[in-house]
Structures are given as C-alpha cells and as structure tokens.
Design a protein around this ligand. Structure first.
Ligand code: ZN
Length: 459
C-alpha cells in the first residue's frame, strides 16, 4: 500500500449545514431531508414503497445549466440494481435509459474501472490495469493509489480547463489517492473504516450533498462503497441467492440516493440534472473450499517456479510477474501458464496485451471460474467470500437518468455499454473533445432525445 497522500486539503466535512442527517435503524440507513425536501418522496423511500417516485421541481434560474452526477454503486450486480430492494433506483430507472448489456472491463476491479470512467481510455493507455500490481521498479506488490500512477487525462481536470467546475467524492482510500488533485473540489473522508478502507454511504452521501450545495459543480464523480464492502464480507453470500446483509445494504444505499435526488429537486437542480448511475464491477461469491493459490497449489510441485514469480492478487484475477532468472523467463512463464490453467478453479490464463492491460499488469493474468477466488501468495491470504475481477463479474448496472428534459424516459437500450463509455458520454454533453489518441469508449447519446450543443454548458 502506498504511503503517498494526495496533495490537497480536505473539504470541510459535512454536518455544518445539516442538510441531510443519516442514522441507522434496524441495519438500514434512514435519511432525513430538510423541510423543503418533498415529503411524499422521502416517506415513500423510508418505507421502502415500490411506488416511490422522484419529484421534479419547477425550473429555477439555476436550472438552465446542465449538471452531471456520476454515481458509482460499487460492486452492485445488475440483478440487484433497481430491484424490489431498491425502489428509488427503480423510480429513476423509469425516468431514464437502462443498458442491460453493460459490462465492466478487465481487470474487473475498482480502481481501473473508475479510471476508465473518467479518462475514457483502456488500461494500456492509462497505466492502471488493476487494484494491485507488482511494481517492477520498486520490486513490491502495491496498490495503484498514487496520482502519478494515472498517466491519462481525465474529465476531472479537463473540464475545468474549459471553465467548468468538477468535484470528486470518493468513499475509498485508493480512489482518493489515484485521482489526487484533479477535480476542482475534492472531498477527502475524515477517516476510513479499519479493514475495508472505505467510509459508509451514510457519510459519503451527505458529503456529496454538501459539495453540491457549496460549489454547484458541473460534474460530480461519486463512489458509494457500502454494497461492495458488505458483499465482500457477507458470510451468507455463498449460500443464499440474495445474501442477507447485502440485501439490507442495497436498500440503505437506495434510500440515500433517493434522498440525494430529493435534495436536487428541493434546491432547483433536478430539472437540469443528468445522473449516470452504474457499478464498476459485479460481485461473485465463493465457498471457503473454492480457493486457488497459484503459489501453494498450482505451482506446488515446482519450487523453482514458485520462487520465480510474484503474484498481485485481485480476488477473481491474479496478476503474475516473472521475477526469476531472465534467461529462464520465456520457458518458465510457459510452464507457469500451463500449470495454472490446469487448476480446476482457473477459467483461463491470458497475456495482458490480450486484455489491453499494458505492462503494469505483469506477464500473465489468470481468471477464476464463477464461484472461485484466488488466494495468493498463501491459501490464507484471501478469506473473504465475495470477490470480483473475473469475467463472471463483468455484468454491471448502467442507467442514464435524471430530471433534464432532454433525457429519454423509460427506455431500454441494447447498446454494448462499458465503463469506459462514461467519459465520452459526459464529454459530449459538455462539448469536450476527445483526448489525444481518441476515446476508447463510445458516447452513449441514445439516452437523450436532444443532441447536446457542443462547447456549451447550457442546452
Ligand atoms: Zn469496486
């Protein structure tokens, strides 16, 4: 783990203005809005009513501006998204376009997919292929959480160059790290929960509201980490079709998102808002016996190979780097690939170039089969049941919605949307051109009935 910290001062913490108050009751967060917040919508969300709907306020003088909010519901599976557990997102789904064919991109981990969302380029151009890599220069396995790890430009600093205001509200420490000082306004959590390295959504969403109220950014990029973190650790996950703790958290996060949209309505911003609500990857659950240890199982019969590779474990995927004698590299890697692929829990072994991952991903990338997980360098290294990074966790929810009159309502698109499409889509709304070398994603403008005017913040 890097010790480098972003070079910014934390935003003032939420609470001073007491715009939203989050409390926990029965394991679910309850959000209380201001007196101006639509009462019907708030009570419907608190009761879990499937008929809850988002209120749209009349246009105000500030509503002529376009505002884009990218909300990442970290680790949410598409089957969970806007389900009966998420009535507020179900209401938002009726007001926008859902993309059932949406996918995360390799490696299906948090940091690379957030980077793709904001940069619009794949990891072989951004330098960020996974959460954890083997750093050949420093000769350590570490998290990609330094601002210098991200080589590509992102919307967070490109839009301000055109006069727009951006903000980042990340709930996880490594996202704070990798995006550094790029956004105009940045919220840095006051403290992270031990082990998970994140802050609860009940803290993050009030921070989101606070930064919107104080700065009214044109683009806000927010990560909500609870569903992912609960999914990783839920012991009922491998045994129940709808894990108990995770289901409760799906509803809690849904309520918080509903409270945020209520607040946009109450403050006159809803009618000019576009929300992109998506996940960075899905979640797969494994029982304790479905472990893959490259070091201690696949290479158990070959101590020479064990000593010649270094593993960066990413749950559903392992990044394998040859660190043995250079003269044996080619043959050694071929033997490693054969032995790893023979493990019953391994789906495939790929070259990083096949996945557009670049040299940072090591020499080989091994994928787990559904219901399996990697545990390296030791069989005890990864005890958590919920994991991602492997192809079964590619499907993600992806919804473009909001109150803006240019949005298509109640639509479903079969377009093959990817996380890397977020940046070109948002850029098109603001009239921002592609970066040098072009986008690797596609602007998904079928969610709109009007074509945005280029180079303008108003439509
Ligand atoms: Zn994630």
């Amino acid at each position: 783990m890097s010790e480098q910290q972003p070079q910014q001062k934390p935003e003032q913490q939420p609470g001073r203005r007491a715009l939203l108050r989050a409390a926990t009751a029965g394991g679910a967060a309850v959000l209380t809005g201001t007196a101006a917040q639509p009462a019907a919508a708030a009570s419907a969300s608190a009761s879990g009513s499937a008929s809850a709907s988002v209120s749209v306020s009349p246009s105000s003088s500030s509503s002529s501006r376009l505002r884009v909010y990218v909300l990442v519901v970290d680790g949410c599976n598409p089957t969970e998204f806007a389900s009966v557990s998420q009535p507020r997102l179900a209401a938002l789904r009726a007001q926008g376009t859902l993309y059932p064919a949406a996918r995360s991109l390799p490696i299906m981990e948090t940091v690379p997919n957030h980077v793709m969302m904001m940069s619009g380029v794949r990891p072989d151009r951004s330098g960020v292929p996974a959460n954890a890599i083997y750093d050949r220069g420093e000769r350590v396995v570490r998290t990609l959480d330094r601002p210098t790890d991200l080589r590509a430009s992102t919307l967070l600093e490109r839009l301000p160059q055109r006069g727009f205001v951006t903000a980042s509200v990340p709930s996880k420490d490594y996202l704070v790290g990798i995006f550094g000082t790029r956004a105009t306004h940045r919220w840095v959590p006051p403290a992270y929960l031990p082990v998970t390295g994140h802050v609860p959504d009940a803290t993050t969403v009030p921070a989101l509201v606070d930064i919107v109220d104080r700065h009214d950014p044109d683009l806000v990029f927010c990560n909500l980490g609870d569903i992912d973190r609960v999914g990783h650790s839920d012991p009922t996950g491998p045994r129940l079709p709808f894990p108990a703790l995770r289901t409760a958290d799906l509803t809690a996060t849904d309520t918080l998102i509903g409270g945020f949209t209520d607040h946009l309505a109450a403050t006159g911003k809803w009618a000019s808002s576009v929300l992109v609500v998506l996940a960075d990857h899905g979640m797969d659950f494994s029982v304790p016996t479905n472990l893959i240890s490259v070091k201690q199982q696949a290479l158990a019969s070959r101590p020479d190979l064990q000593a010649s590779v270094t593993i960066a474990q990413n749950g559903g995927a392992d990044s394998i780097t040859w660190t043995g004698p250079a003269g044996r590299r080619r043959q050694g890697l071929a033997e490693v690939a054969r032995l790893v692929a023979a493990h019953p829990g391994v789906l495939s072994v790929k070259l990083p170039s096949q996945l557009r991952l670049g040299p940072e991903a090591g020499d080989l990338v091994a994928y787990a089969r559904p219901g399996w997980r990697f545990s390296d360098p030791q069989v005890t290294s990864n005890p958590i049941p919920g994991n991602h990074g492997h192809p079964v966790t590619e499907p993600i929810p992806f919804l473009i919605t909001g109150g803006h009159p240019g949005l298509r309502r109640g639509a479903t698109s079969s377009a093959p949307v990817r996380t890397v499409d977020v940046a070109p889509t948002v850029a098109a709304l603001f009239g921002l051109s592609a970066p040098r070398g072009g986008w690797d994603g596609t602007a998904r403008l079928d969610a709109f009935t009007r074509t945005p005017r280029a180079a303008s913040a108003t439509w």
